[in-house]
Design a binder for this molecule. Structure first.
Ligand SMILES: [Zn+2]
Ligand SMILES: [Zn+2]
Length: 360
């Protein structure tokens, strides 16, 4: 099968022929139908986050089950699925207390010593987070998958596996935004836009979108922002404090920079909570002042929207069917696998909401 292989960082993908093993045990083989291009791939290509090389990236995907291992129970041949990086074991303390996205009892990918899922001429190729969806086929653990209805288009379903799950999950699960409250979102890319529409669905009174791109702020309005702040021409903290008479109850940071997380804390009212969603570079630290803590301002991390994806993905897709969750508008481009480098360049330029690689 054809796959986009990353051999060095910083570097670019090359489209190569790669071998995929057959499913064993609880593994599922999937024909990839759509794969979103996420900031995570960009971070890895640019060397800002580590990865084992060579590797096939891609984690926001949807497809059709073409083969199953002997122990698979969740899906059968022909089922449509969405993948998620948050594999859960179902038995550890995190899983049993309702936090399957924090499960640490299982690692992604195959166990050490097992034959590689991905290889080329007998040489192993790293399967990114046990998924690797920048490829015509995937071999994944069934607990990285959720079955979806057949009437959901694959491109839109794919985005629910990461950007939508993360952005909406940050609002619904991590922060648990209440109706009538005030919200600010810093960064209006794929995840930030979903934070904004999550806050709209949750009934927030005021949803303030902050970005430096006029195009992204225009999209933010479409997704439910009641106010927009162009951070390239003003101090966003002062602007938010102005708009809300002293600060918001919830702020979200969807970029992954200590400086913008600190701004997100500074724009909180007393007792407010900042949810940091973006991928923070390894080794970076965020400063929180004693005065903020004394005012009961809180900072919390958010891993993949604190998701319970087998529950969340079908719910989000139902909200889409009802016309309350916007997915069509999230997709700015549909490209083929050969255009993956251009799609990443476009994401870096800040032009795209989301490019989706289509395989048919
Ligand atoms: Zn992602
Ligand atoms: Zn677990």
């Amino acid at each position: 099968m054809r796959a986009a292989v990353l051999r060095e960082v910083p570097g670019k993908f090359s489209i190569e022929n790669v071998d995929l093993d057959k499913p064993r045990g609880e593994e599922v083989r999937i024909r990839t139908m759509a794969a979103g291009v996420c900031q995570t791939e960009l971070h890895i290509m640019e060397g800002r986050n580590p990865a084992l090389l060579p590797t096939v990236l891609g984690h926001e995907s949807a497809g059709v089950v073409t083969a199953i291992g002997e122990d698979v129970t969740h899906v059968k041949l022909g089922d449509h699925i969405v993948t998620c990086v948050s594999r859960f074991c179902g038995e550890c303390r995190q899983c049993l207390t309702g936090h399957p996205s924090l499960c640490h009892a299982v690692s992604t990918g195959r166990a050490a010593g097992a034959p590689p899922a991905l290889s080329q001429n007998g040489n192993s190729i790293n399967q990114f987070v046990g998924l690797a969806s920048f490829a015509e086929e995937m071999l994944v653990h069934e607990r990285n998958t959720v079955k979806i209805d057949r009437d959901i288009p694959f491109d839109r379903a794919a985005l629910v596996g990461c950007a939508v799950l993360t952005g909406c999950g940050a609002v619904f699960n991590s922060a648990q935004v209440r109706a009538g409250t005030t919200v600010a979102v810093i960064g209006c890319g794929g995840v930030g836009l979903n934070c904004i529409q999550g806050a709209r669905i949750a009934g927030a009174l005021r949803v303030i979108a902050i970005d430096k791109s006029a195009a992204k702020l225009a999209l933010a309005k479409q997704f439910g922002a009641t106010d927009v702040i162009d951070a390239s021409s003003c101090d966003p903290v002062a602007a938010v404090r102005d708009l809300t008479l002293g600060g918001v109850e919830y702020s979200f940071e969807a970029i992954g920079l200590p400086s913008t997380i600190e701004q997100a804390i500074a724009m909180l009212s007393r007792g407010g909570v900042t949810t940091a969603i973006g991928m923070i570079p390894d080794g970076a630290t965020v400063r929180v002042s004693g005065a903020d803590m004394m005012a009961e301002r809180r900072l919390q991390g958010c891993r993949m929207g604190s998701n319970r994806f087998r529950l969340d993905v079908p719910r989000l897709l139902e909200l889409y069917k009802q016309g309350r969750l916007m997915l069509d508008e999230l997709i700015s481009d549909r490209v083929d696998l050969d255009s993956v480098n251009q799609a990443c360049a476009k994401l870096k330029s800040g032009a795209a909401a989301r490019s989706v690689i289509m395989f048919e």
